[in-house]
Design a protein around this ligand. Structure first.
Ligand code: FAD
Length: 441
């Protein structure tokens, strides 16, 4: 006990302060264990207690109380982040904001909602209005909108709409960490400093995101004898602007063998490309597959979208999850390939590492161009070896966003702007301490 609990309970009401060790332990974790590097370093890092906020007033009160008593605050949505973003490095209060969960308005082209709204419910509400989310992580059903904005980057839909920084957050309500926390409404370019900042620059309580007109989506699987053919196909579909799409995801064999719920739908020894394209475009997609010596496999009726098993459950970081389930010694990297040179880069990587690096690719829009990204599944041996692989990737101009650190990347374009906002909004450095640092440990 640090002695602050009774004051907090009095301020917020007993029921909003959770101190039971099993609860504190559970909520002090996210999915950092995907990384054997982080798993070793973050195990045992715990909050002193959890505040379950139900509204903005709870957030404001908690921040003011924590400021007065110099208590660190780590915000938490659903805790599905992969880098220990929501793990308190320095004890203090874990501020669970998942209770701020109302959808305030679904308007024409936008949604306004509280930070704790689950993306799956938001997508459902949007589709009922004839619209849909532009982008969402493959953790759609559990992740919160506030957690996605504060700790995620992109996912399904990014092939058309880019990532979070590409105009996919219109407005955010931010609470600062001061003696009297300010409620700020930020819009336009200013929003960028609250995206992927792990809650270090302020607590997001409400957001406005743009919506797209809803489409009827068709899920399909195409299969190939080689990684090369699959990559050529994926790239061709990704770059065919006449085919509206939400997802193009490639997994080389044996990764598809780990997708147990799809076992019957997948050929042995084949690379698989999982797609979501607009209903009515299958012929065009199939034509690309024939050119790359591929075969059309499982096709789901558009009316069955989101019913039963969804193919998006095997994309983005879910590919890593299925692989880890099959073999706990796997881990992964996140990397950007060259739009014009990715075939050479893939050949170099496979030539050097063979099955130690299994290729999983996604395609996304970046600055008006489609770029291939890779989230390869890596057979882990040592941290040293992992960083040898990273060094090799970088030596052939494959950029790596390291998923084995809990710190916001100092290489991020918005890093200095975030540091500046943090100095003003969080003068005592109490918001998620240790995550926004120039020289990460
Ligand atoms: P949390 O993990 O709770 O929080 C994320 C970060 O934001 C933490 O630093 C937390 O402190 C902070 N935070 C949370 N809420 C707030 C708030 N209201 N104000 C300020 N800070 C806050 N991510 C992707 O981007 N794309 C993917 O496709 C993707 N796929 C994934 C697949 C799997 C299987 C897993 C386990 C993770 C994946 N992720 C992906 C990571 C993660 O699921 C998403 O980024 C998700 O949107 C995070 O939401 P959350 O509510 O779980 O956030």
């Amino acid at each position: 006990s640090k002695g602050w609990e009774s004051g907090a309970a009095e301020l917020l009401g007993e029921s909003k302060l959770l101190l039971e060790s099993s609860v504190v332990e559970k909520l002090s974790k996210d999915y950092y264990w995907y990384s054997p590097v982080l798993d070793g370093k973050l195990k045992g890092k715990l909050a002193d207690g959890v505040v379950k906020a139900e509204n903005e007033e709870d957030v404001a009160k908690t921040l003011a109380y924590a400021y007065a008593h110099r208590i660190p605050i780590t915000p938490r949505g659903a805790g599905t982040g992969n880098y220990g973003q929501a793990v308190p490095l320095d004890g203090g209060i874990l501020l669970d904001v998942s209770g701020l969960n109302s959808i305030i308005e679904i308007g024409d082209g936008y949604a306004r909602c509280q930070c704790g709204v689950k993306l799956g419910l938001l997508e459902k509400a949007a589709r009922e209005s004839g619209q849909e989310l532009r982008i969402y992580p493959s953790t759609l059903m559990v992740a919160t909108i506030g957690g996605f904005i504060s700790g995620g980057s992109g996912g399904i839909g990014s092939i058309t709409w880019g990532n979070l920084w590409d105009g996919n957050v219109l407005e955010a309500v931010i609470y600062t960490m001061e003696q009297s926390p300010k409620r700020m409404v930020v819009t336009g370019p200013e929003v960028q400093h609250y995206i992927h900042s792990y809650g270090t620059t302020g607590i997001v309580t409400e957001v406005v995101i743009p919506l797209a007109p809803a489409k009827s989506w068709q899920e399909s699987i195409f299969q190939f004898d080689s990684l090369e053919d699959a990559a050529l196909f994926g790239n061709a579909v990704a770059n065919d602007a006449s085919i509206p799409k939400r997802m193009v995801s490639l997994s080389e064999w044996p990764l598809p063998s780990y997708f147990t719920p799809l076992k019957k739908q997948l050929e042995r020894d084949s690379a698989a490309v999982l797609l979501e394209t607009e209903a009515g475009y299958l012929e065009e997609v199939h034509a690309h597959a024939k050119q790359a010596r591929g075969r059309m496999g499982y096709v789901k009726e558009p009316s069955q979208y989101r019913k039963g098993v969804s193919l998006s459950d095997f994309t983005w970081n879910h590919t890593t999850l299925w692989s880890l389930r099959a073999d706990p010694t796997y881990t992964y990297l996140q990397s950007g390939l060259s739009a014009s040179g990715f075939m050479e880069q893939l050949a170099l990587i496979k030539g050097k590492f063979a099955d130690e690096v299994l290729i999983h690719m996604e395609w996304m829009m970046a600055g008006g161009n489609i770029i291939p990204v890779a989230l390869p599944v890596i057979k882990y041996s040592t941290e040293e070896r992992l960083y040898e692989i990273v060094d090799y990737f970088e030596s052939i101009e494959v950029s790596v966003s390291d998923p084995h650190t809990w710190a916001v990347s100092p290489r991020s374009a918005t890093f200095s702007g975030m540091v500046e906002r943090k100095r003003v909004n969080d003068p005592l450095g109490l918001l998620n301490p240790g995550k926004l640092v120039a020289d990460p440990a």
